[in-house]
Design a binder for this molecule. Structure first.
Ligand code: AMP
Ligand code: ZN
Length: 465
């Protein structure tokens, strides 16, 4: 399996640090608003990478953070007259609902910046001890020039960068390229005690700390949108490698932008649709399918026509699967004939094509084409003349490939009320015994089945979405 490594600007063979295991970190959103569909691109793509790695038999440890302290969150809190915490909690919940709609699996861990301050204080302390950071009146800066490899990911030269950089009047840093690790609070801002000042962390430090805590000093894959290459990921490398003395991430993967009229979709430009906007018109599976119809390193222009094409494409797969399911139910208990066996071998070639595309730097565009070829083949041979075993085999193949892409093509069987209540009870028990991971897992499992939970004073209430 090959993937394109931003660090070397080459497609490289994927060899994990530890056989059979993949440690993966993907930078998550800053939670001050509903996520837009540009933010959804890395979520969908890296979830697909994870699903494919799992399909290949790897045990994937997938960590993705929520940035829950930041200027934008604080500003929004001031605007609404509520706490920053309330804003962050609200939009984390909303983001999780959008993720469930897009069939993005919950990460193994979703750490929150505000819960990891201790680790940040430790890492900043280590960086100061090692001479990589310095404190000026309560603000701690990273001493960029001291890190010899600075610029290795973005291929930027520190002298060129410096020529374009200026020290703002209020700053007291040694060098224009130095960046903030810790800053003192301003009035009314959330803050934490630290050896340097009552304050809060800079943005970059959280990912280095969370990655180290949940995955260790060295990880296999680090991902995010390409706007994060510089300075965010460059700074993460500087922090992590100066702290540990080891190489931080082996493979760096970056998705290209989702554009509108060939301009990056972003909150600041105001040219965005939220995932919630899209969900009013389409099942979010369509959005997922639309994203995967392009290669992740190609810019993708959002348009109504392309969404319609995605909807039609997905409908074709769903219809083929439903048709096969119907035929399986009505077919007798028959086993496959020799002739049918040969047809299945032919169908296997589409699986092979799909895998070859995914093995080639996660070329989901070609993988989708292979899935369409399989669907076409299945439609040609879907008839009641065939045996149950043959029809089921074709159906399993379609479901398997769709599942790797995170597409649900067969409606789930209705879940019974008593099963829901049993799961809710299990969640309550898990919470009582402080097994919050299991409790969250059950909530997500129920969300997947369209069951929404509400914790009230009278106990847990649930409803079907
Ligand atoms: P942010 O909340 O801006 O930090 O973004 C969260 C993630 O979404 C990061 O990985 C960004 O690179 C990514 N992202 C933001 N806008 C876009 C876009 N228009 N296209 C693709 N990825 C994006
Ligand atoms: Zn990050």
């Amino acid at each position: 399996m090959k993937l394109y490594n931003t660090l070397t600007r080459k497609k490289e063979e994927f060899i994990p640090l530890e056989p059979g295991k993949v440690k993966m970190y993907v930078c998550g959103p800053t939670v001050y608003n509903l996520i837009h569909i540009g933010n959804a691109r890395p979520m969908i793509f890296f979830d697909t990478v994870r699903r494919y790695l799992e399909y290949k038999g790897y045990d994937v440890n997938y960590v993705s953070n929520f940035t829950d302290v930041d200027d934008k969150i604080i500003n929004k809190a001031i605007e609404e007259g509520v706490s920053a915490n309330e804003i962050a909690e609200r939009y984390i919940e909303e983001c999780k609902k959008d993720m469930a709609g897009m069939n993005v699996k919950p990460a193994t861990v979703h750490p929150l910046a505000t819960q990891e301050i201790c680790g940040m204080l430790d890492m900043i302390g280590t960086l100061i001890e090692k001479g990589y950071a310095y404190d000026v009146d309560g603000t701690v800066y990273y001493r960029t020039r001291k890190f010899k490899d600075y610029g290795k990911l973005s291929k930027k030269n520190i002298d060129d960068l410096e020529a374009g950089a200026r020290i703002a009047v209020a700053e007291q840093k040694e060098d224009p390229m130095d960046f903030v690790l810790w800053k003192p609070k301003k009035d009314g801002e959330p803050y934490w005690e630290s050896p340097w000042s009552e304050g809060r962390p800079g943005w970059h430090i959280e990912c280095s700390v969370m990655s180290k805590k949940y995955l260790g000093d060295e990880i296999d894959i680090h991902g995010g949108g390409e706007d994060l290459i510089f300075p965010h990921h460059e700074n993460e490398i500087a922090q992590s490698e100066a702290t540990s003395g080891k190489s931080f991430a082996k493979y760096w993967m970056h998705n290209a932008f989702l554009n509108i009229d060939n301009k990056k979709m972003s909150k600041s430009l105001g040219n965005f649709f939220t995932v919630r906007d899209i969900s009013e018109k389409y099942d979010l599976q369509v959005l997922r399918f639309f994203m995967l119809s392009a290669h992740y390193r190609s810019p993708l222009n959002f348009s109504g026509d392309l969404m319609e094409a995605a909807k039609n494409g997905l409908d074709r797969i769903v219809t083929a699967a439903e048709n096969l399911k119907h035929l399986v139910k009505s077919a007798g208990q028959g086993n496959m004939s020799e002739e049918e066996g040969k047809l299945i071998e032919e169908a296997d070639s589409f699986i092979k094509k799909f895998e070859e595309a995914m093995d080639d730097d996660f070329n989901t565009a070609d993988a989708v084409s292979a899935l369409f070829e399989l669907v076409k083949f299945a439609n040609t041979h879907a008839s009641s003349d065939h045996s149950e075993e043959f029809l089921q085999n074709l159906l399993d193949k379609i479901v398997k490939l769709s599942d790797i892409l995170g597409l649900i093509v067969l409606k789930k069987e209705e879940i019974l009320d008593e099963d829901i209540e049993a799961l809710i009870q299990e969640r309550q028990d898990a919470r009582k015994s402080k097994n919050f991971a299991r409790a969250d897992e059950i909530r997500d499992q129920l969300a997947d089945m369209g069951i929404l939970l509400e914790d009230t004073r009278e106990g847990v209430k649930w409803k079907r979405a």
